[in-house]
Design a protein around this ligand. Sequence first.
Ligand SMILES: C[S@@+](CC[C@H](N)C(=O)[O-])C[C@H]1O[C@@H](n2cnc3c(N)ncnc32)[C@H](O)[C@@H]1O
Length: 281
Amino acid sequence: MTHQQTAHTAPVEAWDAIAARYDEHVAPGEADLAAAGLRLAKLRPGETFLDVAAGTGGLSLPAARLGAKTLATDWSPEMIERFTARVAAEGLDAEGRVMDCHELDLPDDSYDVTGSQFGVMLVADQPRALREMVRVTKPGGRVLLIAYGDPAEFEALHFFVSAVQAVVPEFEGPSEDEPLLEFQVADPDVLRRRLIDAGLTAVTVDTSHQERVAVRTGQQLWDWTLSGNPIPGTLVADLTDRQRDDITRVLDGMVRERSDGNGPAVLTAPLNIGVGTKPGA
Ligand SMILES: C[S@@+](CC[C@H](N)C(=O)[O-])C[C@H]1O[C@@H](n2cnc3c(N)ncnc32)[C@H](O)[C@@H]1O
């Protein structure tokens, strides 16, 4: 690893540890969002596509299925292993490589579109990672960043914190004094500014899309929350099995109340989808 850790980032081992669960509980729900992002970046069949902090391929699998020649990069070997297994199973024109996004081991001016979905959003030195994304993109190519919007409207997070507090009243949740890096570009204007500062022109930030988490049980919401990011797991690491069971039961009630007994409960979170063009074509 080339980049120095801070207290707010999960180490690569923590991402490795959740890779299988990420692939099972989180990635399958991202297909519609990924398709919307790729449309906004105007990715076309036959173009080259680079996915940065790609995980198990939430963005790069749809890109490859679209017919783009795709490279998925992530610092977690476990995530990349799952991606390459899927690529082989589907016979896609794509490859995966282990790489830290702060220092991409790739030549300048190489990709028609470079994207990152919920990846560069959360890294320690985001301005540097964005400059790297721009560096490896061809002049005239596009850079796409999909990131969470306002955490105050992140319903799954609030369901989870409320359920834990119902069982463990002293539980505080994520510290409000030190906002999570996951929300560093929750303000669309900050995202716009960072994309411009990274060297992009014609920058747009679309705020019309939402993440939609569809769950039928408290267990499914627990799994989604603990599989999507290592941080929730560290917050509840000291709970007993009994407390975890109780929390799942509380979540069950919340999910049932939201769905009103009809179909799954859909919990939403606002998103910022930024796209810019590398000048110089
Ligand atoms: C929330 S997941 C998103 C995965 C994927 N892009 C998706 O849409 O499903 C965040 C990913 O960022 C990766 N990541 C975190 N820090 C990184 C870094 N410094 N360099 C490369 N990947 C990193 C993690 O390993 C993880 O796979």
